[in-house]
Design a protein around this ligand. Structure first.
Ligand code: HEC
Ligand code: HEC
Length: 199
């Protein structure tokens, strides 16, 4: 009697398993290769293929998930996103985005120190960037805000400029946009040079 009951239960469990095919927890490291991310962002996620492509190792996971969702939805449509990232993300689910972001964040955190004699350092502080992105770009005040330290210089300039001109205007960019009148193109280039060289 008891034996029969447990057999029946075991059969049910097996059937249930087949019917529902429980998804294995997505493996971010494997996905990063399988989905082709390494081709542009590098095997280690910090050796991008070209200047102007971002480094991802150690970036905030929540920030990255939001970016991927917005790029996939066409809300972040500036720069290279529509031609490079969007087609790839068509094949990436939200669960996979989370796993990818968790894996990439685990390659950090982004630490380091900037050159205190660099003219961009003073601008980074006086133009209020530090208030949200933290000391030398290494301590964003929220998980939804990006690290900037050690990021590709061309990428930094382009994204900050696009936020300034509202060409990039999705998500939380509206918190940053109002301070951008404080910086000229030349000053932004100095700040980006300072941040890119935080080591
Ligand atoms: C064909 C090249 C290419 C591929 C493949 C690619 N990316 Fe990107 N990715 C880019 C570029 C270029 C940008 C910057 C877009 C821009 O100019 O705004 C970017 C931006 C991002 C961002 C936003 C970074 C930030 O700081 O805001 C994340 C996150 C990201 N990619 C993750 C991924 C993941 C995960 C994959 C694989 C599923 C992937 N990318 C595949 C080229 C690529
Ligand atoms: C009030 C807070 C705030 C201030 C001040 C601020 N930022 Fe930002 N910044 C943000 C947020 C939030 C984002 C992410 C927006 C989003 O959701 O896509 C961001 C994004 C960026 C990005 C894009 C990063 C990436 O990986 O794509 C750059 C570059 C940047 N900020 C540079 C600067 C610079 C330079 C200054 C100073 C001139 C500055 N920020 C001042 C909040 C701020």
């Amino acid at each position: 009697m008891i034996v029969n009951k447990s057999r029946a239960l075991a059969a049910l469990v097996v059937l249930g398993g087949i019917a529902a095919t429980p998804a294995l927890a997505a493996d971010g490291k494997a996905l990063f290769t399988d989905k082709g991310c390494t081709a542009c962002h590098g095997e280690d996620a910090k050796t991008p293929l070209e200047a102007g492509y971002p480094k991802l190792a150690g970036q905030n996971a929540t920030y990255m998930v939001n970016q991927m969702k917005d790029i996939k939805a066409g809300k972040r449509a500036n720069g290279l996103s529509p031609d490079t990232m969007k087609p790839i993300l068509e094949e990436v689910s939200e669960e996979e985005m989370q796993a990818l972001a968790d894996y990439l964040a685990s390659l950090g955190p982004i630490a380091g120190k900037g050159d205190s004699a660099h003219p961009g350092k003073k601008l980074y502080m006086t133009k209020t960037c530090i208030a949200c992105h933290g000391k030398d770009g290494t301590k964003p005040i929220m998980k939804t805000y990006p690290f900037l330290a050690g990021q590709d210089k061309d990428y930094l300039i382009r994204q900050a400029t696009d936020i300034k001109t509202s060409t990039r205007n999705h998500g939380l960019t509206n918190s940053m946009q109002p301070v951008m009148h404080l910086v000229t193109d030349e000053e932004l280039a100095q700040i980006a040079d300072f941040l890119a060289n935080v080591k």
